[in-house]
Design a protein around this ligand. Structure first.
Ligand SMILES: N[C@@H](CCC(=O)N[C@@H](CS)C(=O)NCC(=O)O)C(=O)O
Length: 241
């Protein structure tokens, strides 16, 4: 019998708290494809568990003989390997557009969200992962993590500037992919789910079209995203507004 698909993903000191934005993209893609999978929690210093993939980052997919890192490559692998299952891209043209959107989402969602939530993310790790995260991310930020708190308001404003095209789109259609969700939605959702699970900061207000879309995304697959455990106290940015 075929071994179940495994998905290696990042966890906090509470190993049930799983917040990697890239892993969420793939978890939603696996649900979309109706593939059952076993999530495997990994700390930053536990990469040995997926050494066979040659990847230094998660998510990593292990499916039979296949070991694969890089979330975009994994999405393409799932689309091609499980071609009979519901499509993530809706054909080659859709794949090209989704690839562009993946780059757009990295630059216009992930990057502007990061400085807003990083001071909360760091608190979710145990000592060893925390030290690793501080060293690597402070280098990336070019400042101590604590200093990001001084510019949180400004960073939120900047994020909302980046969100304008997404908001304009979601005013006219229910999902980024159109009438029904597909990989473009999972690409963006991963970013918002990351923020929602790591930080009590409210990125979206209740009357925002993006907020309504995120609610629809949280309801998908019997509330799969909504059921995830947040790392912070209290509710995960749903009914806080
Ligand atoms: N381009 C990669 C990025 C994945 C990535 O950066 N993952 C982070 C966790 S959210 C990671 O594993 N970082 C490992 C490290 O910093 O050592 C993808 O799309 O899969």
């Amino acid at each position: 019998m075929k071994q179940p698909i495994e998905l290696f993903e990042l966890c906090g000191k509470d190993r049930d708290v799983r917040f990697s934005p890239y892993a969420w993209r793939i978890k939603m893609a696996l649900m979309h494809k109706r593939l059952s999978f076993e999530p495997v929690a990994c700390g930053f210093l536990e990469k040995q568990a997926f050494a066979q993939s040659g990847s230094n980052t998660v998510p990593v997919l292990h499916d039979g003989d296949v070991w694969m890192g890089e979330s975009w490559d994994i999405a393409c692998y799932l689309e091609d390997t499980y071609a009979e299952a519901p499509s993530l891209f809706g054909g080659q043209v859709g794949r090209g557009a989704a690839h562009f959107f993946s780059i757009w989402a990295d630059m216009n969602l992930l990057m502007p969200i990061f400085p807003i939530i990083v001071a909360d993310i760091v608190t979710l790790f145990g000592d060893t992962d925390r030290a690793y995260f501080e060293t690597t991310r402070e280098k990336r930020l070019g400042m101590p993590i604590a200093d990001t708190l001084k510019t949180r308001e400004k960073n939120l404003e900047s994020l909302h500037h980046h969100l304008r095209p997404l908001r304009a789109l979601l005013k006219t259609q229910k999902f980024i992919a159109g009438k029904a969700p597909a990989h473009t939605d999972y690409l963006a959702f991963g970013c918002f789910q990351w923020a929602r699970l790591t930080s009590p900061v409210n990125l979206l207000e209740g009357e925002d079209h993006i907020y309504a879309w995120r609610e629809r995304m949280l309801d998908l697959f019997d509330g799969f995203g909504r059921a995830a455990k947040p790392g912070h106290q209290g509710q995960a940015q749903d009914s806080l507004t």
